[in-house]
Ligand binder design. Structure first.
Ligand code: M6R
Length: 366
């Protein structure tokens, strides 16, 4: 049932080209420059009048939600908050009922996420659930459901369901942006073309995974790791760190690169590898200066960079490559690189990859 792979996690990482194809199948309307979103029970009028969106999720789904916030704000012009479900529930949300709540949960059964959705509905907010499991509890409790269609995920570590959530968030943001007149048809088309390229680009990364394995083995004995990124790469850094700690039991922190100098720099030594997401985009120069700060503290830097970036090699110790891609869709490719890095680090440490200690696939306790 592992189809020849050593672990479900590795199988599920390799399923991503087809999994995300299923996520977007029948939805990308390239010629019209929009997305088919019939499952969203919101009229164009309601979409135009949306004042705010709140994304609620836990763990990996919360990391996806941070990227979702950036996408909704950039592509659809909707002010968006992102909260972990367990904080939202016990906080004092100020909601007036004109907000949209978006709950992201792979399993559809996470207790805190379900409770947070109920709480937001008590204010009269409409809820959209993004989930992978047909018929799960969240689907019965939300006004609309958008399925990620990634197929069953057995490994406790979320991999293909994470990238499928990201694709779903891109599609939702494009759709809302088009209805609200914030995004032009041309811009939407360009994004759609780039989304369509992703399965082939992910396959390229998978074909070259030996380089990632070598890098993971080289640093597998380190006990502390940092992952840094900016803007769309910030949630990907958080997710890279979460994946590493979850399956390899190595302490890892994900940080917004600009925050390093506000405390964590004090922790850096030649024993702390720093994974810097340095793919091309409007924050590239800024992350390069962060890399220089890190190198000045003797830390080893492993950069994730574009294929044709020859400059980066001058500043870092190792470079893991992603194919040439649009700034907006590159984070999905980087996610795959970081999943493989975590997987091979855990393998080198002989960890129980598919069933990490103390964790469950579905967190139904509060
Ligand atoms: O099923 P959900 O998406 O609601 O699960 C939320 C988290 O428990 C989950 O993403 C967890 O963080 C993963 N095991 C991480 O790989």
């Amino acid at each position: 049932e592992k189809a020849g792979y050593d672990h479900f996690m590795l199988k599920e990482i390799h399923e991503q080209p087809t999994a995300i194809q299923k996520t977007f199948a029948g939805k990308l309307m390239e010629l019209e420059g929009t997305i088919k979103m019939d499952e969203l029970y919101l009229t164009p009028e309601q979409i135009k009048h949306l004042r705010r969106a709140t994304i609620i999720a836990c763990g990996t789904s919360w990391n996806a939600g941070i990227l979702g916030k950036y996408l909704f704000e950039k592509l659809a012009g909707i002010h968006t908050d992102i909260e972990t479900a367990s904080e939202f529930r016990y906080g004092n949300p100020v909601l007036c009922g004109e907000e949209l709540t978006i709950a992201i949960t792979q399993s559809g059964e996470t207790a805190d996420t379900l409770a947070a959705v109920r709480s937001s509905q008590s204010y009269g907010c409409r809820t959209v659930a993004i989930t992978n499991v047909v018929g799960s509890t969240i689907t019965r409790e939300s006004s609309s459901v958008v399925y990620t269609r990634a197929g069953p995920e057995i490994g406790v570590a979320a991999t293909k369901t994470f990238t499928a959530q990201l694709i779903t968030l891109y599609m939702l943001a494009i759709y809302l942006g088009r209805v609200r007149g914030v995004l032009s048809a041309e811009e939407a088309k360009n994004l759609i073309v780039n989304i369509k390229r992703l399965p082939g680009q992910i396959q390229k990364i998978l074909n070259r995974k030996d380089k990632i394995k070598e890098c993971a083995e080289q640093f597998a004995d380190k006990r502390d790791y940092f992952f840094i990124g900016r803007y769309l790469n910030f949630p990907i850094a958080l997710e890279g760190a979460l994946k590493l700690k979850e399956i390899s039991y190595i302490h890892a922190e994900g940080y917004a690169a600009g925050e390093l100098k506000h405390g964590p720099l004090a922790l850096l030594t030649d024993e702390t590898p720093v994974v810097a997401i340095a793919t091309k985009g409007h924050t590239y120069d800024k992350i390069l200066s962060n890399i220089k700060e890190v190198k000045a503290r003797d830390a080893t830097v492993i950069a994730v960079a574009n294929e044709d970036d020859t400059e980066i090699e001058k500043y870092v110790d190792e470079v893991l490559r992603i194919p040439q891609s649009h700034e907006m869709t590159a984070p999905i490719l980087t996610s795959v690189v970081l999943q493989l890095l975590a997987y091979y680090t855990a393998l080198a440490n002989d960890c129980s990859i598919d069933k990490p200690r103390n964790l469950a696939k579905s967190v139904t306790v509060e």
